[in-house]
Design a protein around this ligand. Sequence first.
Ligand code: GTP
Ligand code: MG
Length: 309
Amino acid sequence: MLAGDRVALAKLMTRVENGTGDVAGIMARIYSRIGRAEKLGVTGPPGAGKSTLVDRLVGKLRGRRERVGVVAIDPSSPFSGGAVLGDRIRMQSHATDPGVFIRSLSTRGRRGGLARATREITHLLDAFGKDRIVIETVGVGQTELDIMELAQTVIVVLVPEAGDTVQVMKAGLLEIAHIFVVNKADREGAARMKTELQTMVQLRPNPGWEIPVLLTEAQADRGIDELVAAIEAHRAHRAAHADERAGEAHREREFLDVLDGELRARLERRIGDESGMLARVRRGEVDPYSATRELLADREALRRLLEDA
Ligand SMILES: Nc1nc2c(ncn2[C@@H]2O[C@H](COP(=O)(O)OP(=O)(O)OP(=O)(O)O)[C@@H](O)[C@H]2O)c(=O)[nH]1
Ligand SMILES: [Mg+2]
């Protein structure tokens, strides 16, 4: 993969997605090569036009000779069962471009953390040499918020339908957005929605970065240059307000997250061996709290539990 082999990259992604093979070993080997890629998050309600927008955006970035990776998170929800195919079709214009690598990530795959799998997939793309990685998620839940934390610039895509601004507040999107896009600006209500969003943005405490609200028509390829300019402005803003502590916090979170996942996996592999404790909890003979206290007090049992495979 490090020699530029796309097939090898795809195979490593599959391992990471399924959690098969030595994911930690792979990450440890590539980690010194990551950190160059700019990560862009694109999120918003289903059908807002995110994939279409990403497709147009990728076109602009390719025009600037950037090497681009796209990670499209495919929800397992039956309502969007066709998302993978849909994204492939909508991003078809780049299907044969060797400078673009598009990956759909299924939420069904690995247990215990879509956000973690997504982060590892972006690490692979980063180490592969991508300049820009676009992460698209559908919806506005906690998982999406977690995934968007991986991105340095987050674009929240909305459409001119009534009620959206209230949704934004409720879903915590105001806290994560660096750029708001009102897509489908060809529809009625776009200008009004833009005004509403601008008002909302101005009411934030401690602004710092002034969140732009842009109108786009992804399908007609309108407003994309302005979006690229806003993305670049945010990059410049970040550079000018470089916060080493943010990087530290990020690395700390990744470390704790990885450690947590590894401990949990070991625990699940071995808890069944532990002197019938699991069986006793299952039968209701001991409550989960007392069982936990008992185990934590037993150093030998703990050591066995955490032993590697
Ligand atoms: N009218 C109009 N339709 C658009 C525009 N941009 C995208 N669409 C259409 O909106 C529909 C959904 O577009 P997608 O790009 O798949 O939206 P998405 O947000 O990625 O959808 P999910 O990933 O399923 O949540 C498609 O039929 C697009 O052609 C636009 O600017 N105006
Ligand atoms: Mg999509």
